[in-house]
Write a protein that binds this ligand. Structure first.
Ligand SMILES: NC(=O)C1=CN([C@@H]2O[C@H](COP(=O)(O)OP(=O)(O)OC[C@H]3O[C@@H](n4cnc5c(N)ncnc54)[C@H](OP(=O)(O)O)[C@@H]3O)[C@@H](O)[C@H]2O)C=CC1
Ligand SMILES: O=C(CO)COP(=O)(O)O
Length: 326
C-alpha cells in the first residue's frame, strides 16, 4: 500500500500522456491536465491524443483543463517542455493545499537562469518537494506497456523510494536515487549529443564514427556532471549513459531525428520537440563558465546557431589535438 494514491500529470503531450498511462497501470487515480480546454475535451471524449496517436487512454484517467482539480492529487508530474516548466509550476503553486512532491519529467536547462528543473520547481513552489524522473524511455514504448526502466531522484531517499512505489509497475520500473543533479545533467546533455550523432549518421560517416561520437559525448557529459557535483554512478546509469545509448541510436528520438535531417540536408521534422536545440547554447555557456571542454556539444550549438556549417564543425572535431582519453 503506497502513501500516494493519486497522481496529476501536468502537460498532455506525448510524455505526459505516456506517464498518465503508466501511473494508471500502477493503480493510481490519475488526472491529466492539458493547457488548452479544447485539447482536454478532445482527448477526454476520443480517449486518443494526437500527440501520441494510436495508444488509447485508459477509461479511468480524468482529462481536464482545470488546474485546481489537478492540484488536489498527492503527486504532481510536470511533463511540459523544459522552458515552460517554471510557468506551469508558478500557476500550480497557488492551487496546492499542502507541500506535495513535484516531479520534473522534462529534460533540459532553463534559458537565462541556467537553472536545472528541480531548482526551478524549488523557486516556483517553495513549499513543494522537488524530484526528477528521467531515463531511457520513449513515450510510445511506455504508453504501450513495453518494458522500460528510469531513475527517480529526490533529495530525501524515503521520498524517492515512496514515489517509486507509487509509480512503478512490472513494465515501468523506476530506480530511486538521491542524486538529483546527476539525473538532471544526464537528461539535458544527452539530447544535445543525440543531435550530434544524428548529424554524423545523416552525413553517412559510418557506424564506427557513431560509436566514437557517442562515447566521446559521454566523456563530456561526465566532465560536466562531475564538475557540478553529480555522482559518476548516476552519470553511467539509466538517466545518463542509458538514455544516451537510446537516443544516439534510434530515429525514434526526436533529437537524433533532427540531427539526421540536418546531416542529410533535409528540413527538420515539423512539430517534433527536440529539447537539445534549446539546451545546446545553455549547456555550453554552463561548461564555459567552469572551463570545461565539451567539443561535441559546442559543435552542435555552433551548427544550430548558424555560426558554423556542418562540414566545418566536423572538420573542427577531426583536427582537434590528440589527447589522453580522460
Ligand atoms: N516524448 C518522449 O518520448 C519523452 C519526452 N520527455 C520529455 O518530456 C518533455 C515534454 O515532451 P513531449 O511530451 O514529448 O512533447 P510534446 O511536444 O509531445 O508535448 C508538449 C506538451 O507541452 C504542452 N505545453 C507546451 N507549452 C506549454 C506551456 N507554456 N504551458 C503548458 N503546457 C505547455 C503542449 O501543449 P499543447 O498540446 O497545447 O501544445 C504539449 O501538450 C520534454 O522535456 C521531453 O524531453 C522525456 C522522456 C520521453
Ligand atoms: O528522452 C527520450 C527518451 O528517453 C526521448 O528522446 P527524444 O526527446 O529525443 O525523442
Amino acid at each position: 500500500m503506497t502513501a500516494f494514491q493519486s497522481v496529476a500529470v501536468i502537460g498532455a503531450g506525448a510524455w505526459g500522456t505516456a506517464l498518465a498511462t503508466a501511473a494508471a497501470r500502477a493503480g493510481r487515480n490519475v488526472t491529466l491536465w492539458a493547457r488548452s480546454a479544447e485539447h482536454a475535451a478532445r482527448i477526454a471524449s476520443t480517449r486518443d491524443n494526437p500527440r501520441l496517436p494510436g495508444v488509447p487512454l485508459a477509461p479511468d484517467i480524468i482529462v481536464t483543463n482545470d488546474l485546481a482539480l489537478a492540484a488536489r492529487a498527492d503527486i504532481q508530474l510536470i511533463a511540459t517542455p523544459a522552458q515552460h516548466l517554471r510557468g506551469v509550476v508558478n500557476m500550480l503553486a497557488s492551487h496546492l493545499a499542502r507541500p506535495a512532491p513535484i516531479v520534473a519529467c522534462a529534460k533540459g536547462i532553463e534559458h537565462g537562469t541556467h537553472k536545472f528543473m528541480t531548482d526551478v520547481i524549488a523557486e516556483a513552489a517553495p513549499s513543494a518537494q522537488p524530484a526528477i524522473l528521467s531515463g531511457p524511455s520513449f513515450a510510445d514504448d511506455v504508453a504501450r506497456g513495453l518494458p522500460t526502466a528510469v531513475t527517480l531522484a529526490a533529495g530525501d531517499e524515503r521520498l524517492a523510494s515512496t514515489l517509486v512505489q507509487a509509480l512503478g509497475s512490472p513494465t515501468f520500473r523506476p530506480y530511486h536515487s538521491i542524486d538529483i543533479r546527476g539525473v538532471e545533467i544526464g537528461g539535458a546533455a544527452k539530447n544535445v549529443l543525440a543531435i550530434a550523432v544524428g548529424i554524423a549518421v545523416g552525413r553517412k560517416l559510418g557506424a564506427s564514427a557513431q560509436a566514437a561520437l557517442t562515447t566521446r559525448g559521454f566523456a563530456e557529459l561526465m566532465r560536466l556532471g562531475r564538475a557540478l557535483g553529480a555522482r559518476s554512478e548516476t552519470l553511467a546509469g539509466l538517466s545518463g549513459l542509458g538514455d544516451l545509448i537510446l537516443t544516439c541510436a534510434s530515429p525514434q528520438s526526436r533529437n537524433f531525428a533532427l540531427g539526421l535531417a540536418l546531416g542529410r540536408g533535409e528540413p527538420p521534422p515539423a512539430g517534433k520537440l527536440a529539447e537539445g536545440e534549446f539546451t545546446a547554447p545553455v549547456l555550453i555557456e554552463l561548461a564555459a563558465s567552469r572551463d570545461i571542454e565539451m567539443p561535441v556539444s559546442e559543435a552542435v550549438a555552433s551548427i544550430l546557431s548558424g555560426r558554423s556549417t556542418i562540414d566545418a564543425a566536423i572538420s573542427g572535431l577531426l583536427t582537434r589535438p590528440f589527447k589522453s582519453e580522460e
